[in-house]
Design a protein around this ligand. Structure first.
Ligand code: HEM
Length: 500
C-alpha cells in the first residue's frame, strides 16, 4: 500500500530537481532578492490560503517586512513585488514586460487570450483593431447615448422611496445598455432582447471571484481539483450563457454589415483619434478585419462588454457611496454642479465636465482608494535592472497598485477619503508615479476616456437631483480584492430629492 506513495514522492522530487536545474539561472538571481522563506514545490503558496480580506493585509505586511522589492514563489512562478513608484514606472512602460503574467491564464479561460488577458501578436493585433473607438475625440459621439441612458436611470431612481438600496444594480444596467449602443453598435431594442443579459450582469462579479480564487489559491490551479469544484460548474454555466449572448451580438452586427457602404469600410484603414471612427463599432472592426476566428470573436465581444460596463458601474457606485459617507464633499460637489449646469435636468456636454475641477478631484480620489486593476502582473521577457536588483527573465513583475495608492510614504492618512489630495498644490508636491489608476505603458487601460466620461455623466446627473445618505459610515466599509476592489456590503445609499 505504501508503494504508490513512494512513487508519488519520487516523481515529485524528480520533477522538482529537473525544474531547479533548468531554471538555475533564474533561481540564482532570485536568491539575491529578499522574501519570505519558501518550501519545495509550493513555494509561498500556502500564505494565500486565507479569506479575501486577509490578502490585502498579507501583501501590506510583507511590504512592511521586506521593503519595496521582494520575491514570492507561487509554485514554480517567481513573482517580484515592486512597490517603488519610480521603479514601477520604468517596469510597466518597458517593452520587456509587454506580456501579461501567468495568472492571467485563468482570466483567459473565460475571455480568450485577447485584448484584456492576452499578450504577444494576438493582443497587439486586437488592441490595434479596437483602438480607434476609444480615443478622446472618438468618444465625443457617445454623449447622446450616455445622456439618454442616464435619463432612463434617473426615471428608475425617481420612483424609489428614501429606503436604503444598493445603487450598483441600477447603475450597472445603465452602463451595460450604454456599452451595447456605443462600443458594440446595437440599437436599444436589440440590446434589450439579448439572451441572458440580466443574468450576465448579475453574475459577473461571481465569475471574477472564481477567476481571482484560481489566481491566488494553489490547489484550484490543479486542473482536476478545479474540475471537481463547484466553481468549475459555475464557470461552465457562465461560459455557456456568455457564448449565446455574444453570438447574438455578432449576428446583429453581421446582418448590418451586409449593407455596409464602401466609405465606411475605408474607416478600417484609419487609426486617427477622430469622431468619424465610431461609424464602425468595435465589434464591426473585429468582424471586418477577418483576423479573428469564431471563438475569438465570441470571447472578444464579451471582453469588450465586460471590461467597460462593470468597471464604469463600480467606480460610479463607489463615487456616489463616498459622497453619501462624506456630506461636506457632497455639498461642495453639488455647488460646483449647480454653478455649471444650473437647476435644469439637461444633458451634459464635454464642455460642462471640463468646468468641474472638484469633480475631477473626487473622481481621482475614488480611483486611488478603489482601483479597478488592484494588482497587476507582467511577465519579464528579458532581465531588467532596477535601483535595488535585477528582475530575471522568466520571472513575473507584480505591481500592487492598491497598496501603492495607500502607501504612507506618499499619502498622508492614506485610508482617509480626501479629494484635496488632488488639488494642484498637493499634486505638485507628490511623486506622480505613486498614482497609476489606469496602469502605464503599452498595456494601459484602453477605456480611460470612455470610463471617465461615463462615470462623471452618471454621477453629476444623480447628484444634481438627489442628496445621498447611507445607513452606514465610511468606517463600516469593508473592501477586498477580487481582480478589482469589491465592497463587501455593496453600495447602500438612500436618495432624497433636492429642492429646486
Ligand atoms: C473607469 C474606470 C477604469 C479603470 C480605473 C480602469 C483601469 C484599467 C487598468 C488598471 C487596466 C490594466 C489591467 C491589467 O494590466 O491587468 C485596464 C485595462 C483595460 N481596460 Fe480599463 N479601466 C476602467 C474602465 C475601462 C472602460 C470603461 C473600458 C472600456 C471602454 C476599459 C477597457 C480596458 C481594456 C480593453 C483594457 C486592456 C488593455 C490592454 O491590456 O491592452 N477600461 N483598465
Amino acid at each position: 500500500m505504501i508503494w504508490p506513495l513512494y512513487f508519488i514522492i519520487g516523481a515529485l522530487s524528480a520533477f522538482w530537481l529537473v525544474w531547479r536545474y533548468q531554471n538555475r539561472r533564474m533561481i540564482a538571481m532570485a536568491s539575491k532578492i529578499v522574501g519570505p522563506p519558501a518550501i519545495p514545490l509550493l513555494g509561498n503558496a500556502l500564505l494565500f490560503m486565507g479569506q479575501p480580506e486577509q490578502f490585502v493585509k498579507l501583501l501590506r505586511d510583507l511590504t512592511t517586512k521586506y521593503g519595496s522589492v521582494f520575491k514570492l514563489w507561487l509554485g514554480p512562478d517567481l513573482n517580484i513585488v515592486v512597490s517603488d513608484p519610480d521603479d514601477l514606472k520604468v517596469l510597466l512602460a518597458t517593452p520587456k514586460t509587454n506580456s501579461k503574467g501567468p495568472q492571467y491564464k485563468y482570466m483567459a479561460d473565460l475571455l480568450g487570450g485577447g485584448i484584456l488577458s492576452g499578450s504577444g501578436p494576438t493582443w497587439r493585433k486586437h488592441r490595434k483593431i479596437a483602438t480607434p473607438n476609444y480615443g478622446k475625440r472618438a468618444i465625443e459621439t457617445y454623449s447622446e447615448v450616455f445622456n439618454k441612458e442616464v435619463n432612463i436611470l434617473m426615471e428608475k431612481l425617481r420612483i424609489k422611496n428614501s429606503e436604503p438600496f444598493d445603487i450598483y444594480y441600477d447603475i450597472v444596467r445603465c452602463t451595460s445598455f450604454t456599452v451595447c449602443q456605443t462600443l458594440m453598435g446595437l440599437t436599444r431594442e436589440e440590446a434589450t432582447t439579448l439572451p441572458h443579459l440580466e443574468e450576465i450582469i448579475d453574475k459577473t462579479q461571481c465569475e471574477y471571484d472564481v477567476i481571482f480564487q484560481r489566481m491566488t489559491k494553489w490547489y484550484l490551479q490543479i486542473d482536476p481539483v478545479f474540475w471537481a469544484s463547484k466553481q468549475h460548474s459555475e464557470q461552465k454555466r457562465f461560459m455557456s450563457i456568455m457564448e449565446e449572448f455574444s453570438e447574438k451580438i455578432l449576428q446583429h452586427r453581421l446582418e448590418k454589415l451586409k449593407n455596409l457602404d464602401d466609405s465606411k469600410r475605408d474607416l478600417m484603414n484609419s487609426e486617427d483619434d477622430a469622431v468619424i471612427n465610431t461609424q464602425l463599432s468595435v465589434i464591426d472592426r473585429f468582424i471586418l478585419s477577418q483576423e479573428l476566428d469564431q471563438d475569438e470573436l465570441v470571447k472578444e465581444t464579451f471582453t469588450i462588454f465586460t471590461s467597460s460596463q462593470e468597471a464604469s458601474a463600480k467606480i460610479s457606485s463607489f463615487l456616489l457611496l463616498m459622497m453619501a459617507y462624506h456630506p461636506e464633499c457632497q455639498a461642495k460637489l453639488y455647488d460646483e454642479i449647480k454653478t455649471v449646469i444650473g437647476n435644469d435636468d439637461r444633458c451634459l456636454t464635454d464642455k460642462d465636465l471640463k468646468k468641474m475641477p472638484y469633480l475631477e478631484m473626487v473622481f481621482k480620489e475614488v480611483l486611488r482608494l478603489f482601483p479597478i486593476g488592484a494588482i497587476l502582473q507582467r511577465t519579464v521577457n528579458e532581465d531588467i535592472e532596477i535601483s535595488s536588483c535585477t528582475l530575471p527573465a522568466g520571472s513575473s513583475l507584480v505591481a500592487p497598485i492598491y497598496h501603492l495608492h495607500r502607501d504612507p510614504r506618499f499619502w498622508t492618512k492614506p485610508e482617509y477619503f480626501d479629494p484635496e489630495r488632488f488639488n494642484p498644490e498637493n499634486t505638485n508636491n507628490r511623486n506622480p508615479n505613486a498614482y497609476v489608476p489606469f496602469s502605464l505603458g503599452p498595456m494601459d487601460c484602453l477605456g480611460r476616456f470612455f470610463g471617465t466620461k461615463l462615470v462623471k455623466t452618471i454621477c453629476v446627473r444623480v447628484l444634481r437631483e438627489f442628496e445621498l445618505t447611507s445607513p452606514e459610515t465610511y468606517d463600516d466599509l469593508r473592501v477586498f480584492i477580487s481582480v478589482s476592489v469589491v465592497s463587501r456590503n455593496g453600495f447602500p445609499v438612500s436618495l432624497h430629492r433636492r429642492k429646486k
